[in-house]
Design a protein around this ligand. Structure first.
Ligand code: SAM
Ligand code: ZN
Length: 222
């Protein structure tokens, strides 16, 4: 074999060194790229999780109902399709729970106006459309369980979906009602003030916690 000159040998060694250095650099870059991809995928997975849980939350809201501005009482829930009797309109399950001595002692009036009572000293708020459900003294929805708004009859597209706040509330919270129906009781707040004949009319649509309360306190009033 032909003997390489010292100069050529040195040149070859240098090229070899450079190639190794370049390779090392390339490997580092590839590693950095891979870890970047991993970070991206991890973040992506987290986002998907959040989106999924949000979607799950919204799944409890009936898609035949949309939040719309009313003429005089802020936002409300409008039926954008015909809805059958017994359908769930909105649900507070999984919402933020507040414990307080009374409703007016909740952290803010905004919370007091949007959270619903489900125990003597507990209220639950929601991120769902339930937050925009208005009261009517002649409602087309009622309560099932502790905090599920359900239609009490078939509802036609274009009707507002409303329920009676006294189906869940029995506290010091009071509201001047502007429902404008001939049945309007004007001051709405506590279930204990709900007339007997109206309680009868709502049979099956009063929150479970109130049914339990009546059973324990004064069964004759049910
Ligand atoms: C659960 S929120 C309903 C959504 C509310 N309209 C909004 O825009 O945020 C309850 C609040 O809506 C208003 N509201 C609902 N029904 C009402 C009614 N029949 N008369 C007067 N105000 C009403 C009151 O301000 C009440 O505290
Ligand atoms: Zn009213």
């Amino acid at each position: 074999m032909e003997k390489l000159s010292r100069n050529t040998k040195e040149k070859l060694c240098l090229t070899h060194k450079r190639t190794r250095k370049k390779l090392k650099l390339l490997i580092t870059k590839v590693k950095q790229f891979v870890s970047l991809i991993q970070i991206f995928l991890r973040v992506g997975a987290q986002n998907t999780k959040i989106i999924k849980s949000k979607k799950h939350f919204l799944n409890m809201d009936n898609s035949k109902v949309a939040v719309r501005e009313t003429q005089s009482i802020g936002k409300g829930l409008l039926a954008i399709k015909n809805i059958k009797k017994g359908e769930v309109i909105a649900d507070w399950t999984g919402g933020k729970v507040y414990e307080a001595e009374s409703c007016t002692k909740l952290p803010t009036k905004e919370i007091a106006d949007h959270a619903i009572q489900f125990e003597e000293h507990k209220w639950i708020d929601t991120e769902g459309i339930g937050r925009c459900s208005n009261h009517s003294c002649e409602p087309n929805c009622g309560i099932k369980g502790k905090f599920q708004v359900v239609t009490m009859r078939d509802i036609k597209k274009g009707e507002w979906c409303t329920w009676d706040y006294e189906m869940t509330e029995d506290s010091d919270w009071v509201m001047e009602c502007k429902c404008g129906t001939s049945f309007c009781r004007k001051k709405i707040g506590a279930f204990k003030n709900m007339p007997k004949e109206i309680r009868k009319k709502y049979n099956g649509y009063i929150s479970d916690w109130l049914k339990e309360k009546i059973k324990n306190n004064s069964p004759q009033t049910l």
